[in-house]
Design a binder for this molecule. Structure first.
Ligand code: NAD
Length: 176
């Protein structure tokens, strides 16, 4: 029917793109939903980019890569994990397969009876959101770690400047 890949995509990097490409290649007949986790969050160290910005950076990367059949849907967090899967179901069209390597996400979907697959990690030591955010904040090279279309979009919204300011503001704290 449909697959669901859940992630915060802060930012959407080459590892994420490789997973999407692999899923689309493996199951071209199965539409793929990208569930944009923590959609309510932005301007924090863990979640610097808004759901709208993440939707845009993903759309540009997928178009550049020629990947179709993928729909991005924002998922706001709720404070009761036991109810989260029902919350996700209420926001998405029907799906029957979930892709994640996040242990909590896996646990909750498995408990609800879904087939959960853990796609292989692509050079995780290189392609990791936290590492890319740190490189941005430190003024180090980061653009080769994300798809080119994502890099130019992130440059257009002054992403590295934002990360530097967030680092100054105290790491994981929200900026007022
Ligand atoms: P993420 O962006 O860190 O990762 C997304 C996916 O990409 C993960 O499966 C990860 O393993 C994979 N990935 C990362 N680097 C990769 C690489 N180099 N190669 C291949 N794959 C790679 O997002 P996340 O933190 O896993 O997102 C989970 C979301 O679900 C969060 O927003 C969380 O808040 C949400 N959630 C919410 C609740 C709730 O509201 N109660 C409960 C559970 C989960």
């Amino acid at each position: 029917m449909r697959g669901l890949l859940v992630g915060r995509f802060q930012p959407f990097h080459r590892g994420h793109l490789s997973v999407v490409r692999e899923i689309r290649t493996l199951r071209p007949e199965e539409p793929l939903l990208l569930g944009l986790g923590s959609a309510q969050a932005s301007y924090t160290w863990e979640n610097p980019f808004t759901a709208g910005e993440r939707t845009e950076m993903i759309a540009r990367a997928l178009a550049e890569a020629g990947l179709t059949g993928v729909t991005t849907v924002p998922l706001v967090d709720i404070d009761r994990h036991a109810l989260w899967v029902a919350h996700v179901e209420s926001l998405l069209p029907p799906f029957d397969r979930v892709y994640t390597n996040n242990p909590l996400t896996r646990l909750l979907f498995e408990r609800a009876g879904y087939v959960v697959e853990g796609p292989p990690m692509f050079e995780r030591e290189r392609y990791e959101g936290a590492r890319i955010r740190s490189r941005m904040a430190a003024g180090e090279e980061w653009s080769d770690l994300v798809p080119p279309a994502t890099a130019s979009y992130l440059e257009s919204i002054r992403a590295a400047h934002r990360l530097r300011q967030l680092a100054h503001a105290g790491g994981s704290r929200s900026v007022p």
